[in-house]
Structures are given as C-alpha cells and as structure tokens.
Design a binder for this molecule. Structure first.
Ligand code: GLU
Length: 573
C-alpha cells in the first residue's frame, strides 16, 4: 500500500471512531467500483447497479435518481445539471450539459417591474423562476451514449426507495421547516412535505408514491414521457398556474449538449472541468493558474491561504464580468484560461495585504482572437442559492463520473408537479435580474452556473474526482479542496473536512460556524482578511482518490449535510 493510501485509511479509521455509530461511512477504501454521495440509499443504489454489471454511468444515474427521492430539495427530475465522464477505454473525457433553459417567452426584462428588479424571494416561489428541466434528457443521453443499461434497470432502486419509503433525518426536516412558507403556497407540495402546515418530523417514514409513479412511467416509456404527454402537460399547468409562461413546445424542444471539457494543468495534474454555461471549470482553472506561480508548499499556511483567497477574488471578478451561456455571449475563455493572463492577474496580488474589491481584467489580448472584442463592464454579484448535490462514481473498468445536479434553491421554486411528486427548479433566478451583464435572461438561454464537477489525472492516469453543491461557493469549495490536497498536502478526507473559506470578490469572505474564533482566522486577519458575520455551512463535497496501487478511496463529508456515504465494491478491510 502506498503512503497516500495509508494516510487515507488512517484518516478513515479516525473519522469512524470520532463519529457516533452512524450507518453512513464517509470514507472507504478498496477495489472495484466506488461511489460517494450525500445519501446512503443513493450510494447503495449505485453499488447495486455496479454489482449487477452496470458501468459508472449507469450507477451515477441510479444514484442521482435515488437522490431525487431522499434529497428532493437539492435535486431531481424538475431540475438540471452537469455530468463529466471519463471513458477509460477511449481515454476520453466528455461532458453532458443538461442545464435548464429559459422558455421562449423569456425576455431580458422578465424580472423587472416598472424598471425595478422584482423581489427575489417572490420570483423564486413562482412559475416565473422555472426553467425547462434538463435532468431526464441528460440521463437519457448519458445512458444511451455511454451507459450499458436502460432507464428501467437504473431507476429500479429509486422506485423502490420512493415507494417503500425512507426515514426522514434531521437535516431533511430542518430544510422543510425553513421552507414552510414557500411550500405552504402550493397544495401538492404541502401535501407531500407538511403535516397540518408544519414540517414533517425527523424519524417519519416518507413515501413518495407520485414520484415512484413518475419514475415507473420513465422506466416504461423513456425520455419522451417527460417531455411530451400527460407529465409534460401537468408540468406546464403547474408552472403557468403560478405566474410562469412555459409551453409544451419549450419542453419538446429541450436538448442536452455534449461539450468539450475545460482542460487545464496544475502542478503536474491535468484537470478536466465543466465548460460554459457553467463558470465552474473556468473559474477553478483560472484561480489555480494564478496560484501556480507561487511556491505554496514552502510557505506558512496562513500566507498560502491568503494567496488562495486573493486568487479566488480575482477569478470571480472575471467570472462575473465575462461568463454566461456561450451560445449567447462571446466569452473570452481562451484568454481567461491562459497562463500568461494568470501571470498578469497575479501581479495584482499583495502577498501581505488583502485587497478589497477586484476589478475584471482584460483577457482579450491573450485570446489569440482577431475579432473586435466586446468588453463587458458589468462586475456585479448576484444572489445565488447554495443547494444542490454532487456525486461521483467509478467502476472496475476505470470509467469515472463526476456529476453535480440541482433544482437551485433549497426546494427550488417550491412547486411540486401535482400527481408526479417532484419539485420544479428556480434556475431562472441564476440569471442577473437586470443588465448590462452577460448573464441577462433571454429566450432559450441557459443561466450561468457555478457547478464544477472535476476530474484530475496524473501522468495520464486518474488521480481524483471532486465536486460540491453550494451555488457560487461550489467554485471555492472545489478550488480550496484541490489547494488543500495538492498544496497543503492534506489527505483527501482532511482536505474535504477542513473549514471552508469562500472569497467571491465580496466585501467579506464567507466562512463556516466556529471559524472566526479560530487561530487560523487570527493568522489570516493579519493580512486584512475579513469574515462574514453570519457563518453558515458551505458545500457538501464528494470525492474519489485513485491510488497508484490500484485501490480507490471514496470520500464524503464527515460532518456536513448529515454526513455522506462512501462505498467501494470490495473493501480493503
Ligand atoms: N444554481 C446553482 C448553480 O448552478 C447551483 C445551486 C446550488 O448549488 O445552490 O451554480
């Protein structure tokens, strides 16, 4: 066993000793396929499919469908996502963009009333926030092109959980409680998740027979069942009854996109991430390019973390100014990803003093693009949710899936489609409500995302996969975990469990409860770094680490989001 594998195993033993006798194990090492998700039934679903001979893509869809049952406030068939797949035989990385799309009725002024931005929360809890869902089309493309099983086979575990039920945990009940007002507005939602107007209690066994019915219909009829026919009509009615304007044509026209991954390098690793319309892959790569110019390993931790925060701030300034749906906006991606541009941005960092607000840079000279550049000036932050799910699966043949999918806010729009048991997204609120910004709402456009499912390779071999939920904090969680692992030399469990610091070019850095009183915070404050006054849990990451001896570690959260669930086909213990 290699030193790295041993470190991971030791960490895993420490973690399991430190935790109460939880059914969920956040770290496991072994051989064969592996899975890490935030839900035990979802990880079990992936294992069932792997044990039946399915590949990583089959297992990822099985896990995702089960998360749609057990984590319905983060994800589901009413939303969309981004899947990064490594095909071992071809040595190829491909991505499937199945992001929600603006209905044809959407105009740049859709979130304005008398020239003013509408109230954000009111827009969220309405049909206006709902984008055309992409999840089912994405699953179909994944299975059809790269899987080996049918919808019928991979949906079976999820149907089982939805119809037999699962035990609601504290986290689930708390999320309902926090959304009582939103959910109470929609009868089908209230019927499913509230009892006498109050959140269903932890410990309750929750069955979602309507969702089981919806999944059975997909299992029998395939992708078209979602985008045409009675389920599509029920979805359109639910949206339009609540102030939206979506049509059956919007649904039947929906397409997933296969996109070239964002490729970048960092200290000997080849990284593959999600391209636009997610800003995730580009922003992570850009910040790492900036960090690569420093000898972080030789520095005291606080100095290296200061540089991590400053690099993130600069990457966010550019993300906010330039990135949006590439079919609508000419984003200077090559310039943003160039090492030379990163060097120019690095010059702006003061190694001993935090900056306050970074301006967007000028990546166009680094584009090798002879067209006349449009130079957007917008540089503002928009409100974004923090609620999604990430899962990652590998199989015994070496295929890997890194998959983040969402319905945007906790509970999305709050609208359950009557008779079908799934929540509709509020992804349209990921657009900027007003311009001039690249990310304004337009018909058929996909709102800019931050999702950053990532695969890393070393010397042509898989090294690790990583991803997280958390809205725009996804970018910093993925970036910080890579920085912790590669630069600070932490094991992956330690890298994941370390306190998260999310600097997104705001006035202060978002941090987690307990952090502002720590010695780590004190050390960073010496350079002028400042923390949010309302610390909150950030992200719920999942990772796989591929060790040189052929073993794999599945790594999930040891504390956050009710503890994650890591499994391998053949345990090393
Ligand atoms: N809508 C967010 C995005 O696409 C994800 C939602 C979340 O993680 O909260 O970046």
């Amino acid at each position: 066993m290699t030193a790295t594998a041993r470190t991971v195993l030791v960490s895993s033993i420490i973690l399991s000793l430190a935790l109460p006798a939880a059914a969920k194990t956040p770290v496991t090492t072994g051989t064969g396929g592996a899975v890490a998700t935030i839900s035990e039934p979802a990880s079990r679903a992936a294992m069932t499919i792997l044990n039946q001979g399915g590949n990583a893509v089959d297992a990822a869809v099985a896990a995702a469908a089960t998360l749609g049952v057990t984590d319905p406030f983060s994800c589901g068939i009413g939303g969309g996502g981004f899947m990064v797949i490594y095909l071992a035989k071809d040595k190829r990385v491909i991505t499937i963009d199945h992001r929600e799309t603006a209905p044809a009725s959407v105009t740049p002024g859709v979130f304005l009333q008398n020239g003013k931005e509408m109230d954000f929360d009111q827009v969220v809890a309405s049909g206006r926030s709902v984008g055309v869902p992409g999840t089912v089309r994405g699953w179909h493309e994944a299975l059809d092109r790269y899987g080996s099983m049918s919808f019928r086979q991979v949906l079976a575990p999820a149907i089982d959980v939805a119809s037999k039920g699962f035990k609601v945990n504290d986290n689930f009940s708390r999320l309902v409680r926090e959304n009582e007002t939103k959910f109470a507005q929609f009868p089908a939602t209230a019927a499913l998740y509230l009892k006498n107007g109050k959140a269903i209690a932890a410990g309750t066994t929750l069955r979602n027979r309507d969702l089981a019915k919806a999944y059975r219909a997909l299992a029998a009829g395939g992708v078209k069942v979602f985008y045409t026919g009675p389920m599509a009509r029920a979805l359109v009615d639910a949206v339009n009854r609540n102030g939206g304007a979506i049509t059956l044509a919007d649904l039947s026209n929906y397409e997933a996109r296969l996109r070239q991954p964002v490729h970048s390098t960092y200290r000997g690793y080849d990284l593959y991430g999600m391209p636009l319309p997610s800003s995730g892959g580009i922003a992570v790569a850009q910040a790492l390019n900036i960090l690569e110019g420093y000898d972080l390993k030789s520095m005291p931790r606080a100095r290296a973390e200061h540089l991590y925060l400053e690099a993130s701030r600069l990457a966010f300034a550019d993300r906010n100014a330039y990135l949006a749906d590439p079919e609508y906006v000419e984003a200077p991606v090559a310039g943003l990803l160039s090492k030379e541009y990163a060097a120019r941005r690095r010059e702006l960092i003061n190694p001993s003093q935090a900056s306050t607000h970074a301006l967007a840079g000028d990546p166009y000279p680094f584009q090798n693009d002879v067209s006349v550049p449009l130079r957007p000036s917008a540089n503002k932050l928009i409100a974004e949710g923090a609620h999604t799910t990430h899962l990652t699966v590998s199989d015994q043949d070496g295929n890997i899936v890194s998959y983040t999918y969402t319905i945007e806010s906790w509970g999305g729009s709050g609208i359950v489609v009557p008779g079908y048991g799934f929540l509709l997204n509020n992804e349209m609120t990921d657009f900027d409500f007003s311009g001039p910004a690249p990310n304004v709402p337009e018909a058929g456009k996909r709102p800019r995302s931050s999702m950053a499912p990532t695969l890393a390779f070393k010397n042509g071999k898989p090294a690790f996969s990583i991803g997280s939920p958390g809205g725009a904090t996804i970018i910093t969680t993925v970036l910080q975990t890579i920085f912790n692992y590669v630069d600070l030399g932490m094991s992956m469990p330690d890298a994941l469990n370390a306190p998260r610091l999310s600097e997104r070019n705001g006035m202060v850095t978002d941090v987690e409860p307990g952090f502002p009183d720590s010695a780590q915070a004190r050390a960073l404050e010496k350079t002028g770094q400042r923390w949010s006054k309302t610390p909150e849990e950030i992200g719920a990451a999942n990772a796989l680490v591929f060790h040189p001896d052929g073993t794999v570690s599945a790594v999930s959260e040891a504390r956050r989001h009710g503890i994650g669930s890591a499994m391998v086909q053949k345990s090393a213990h």
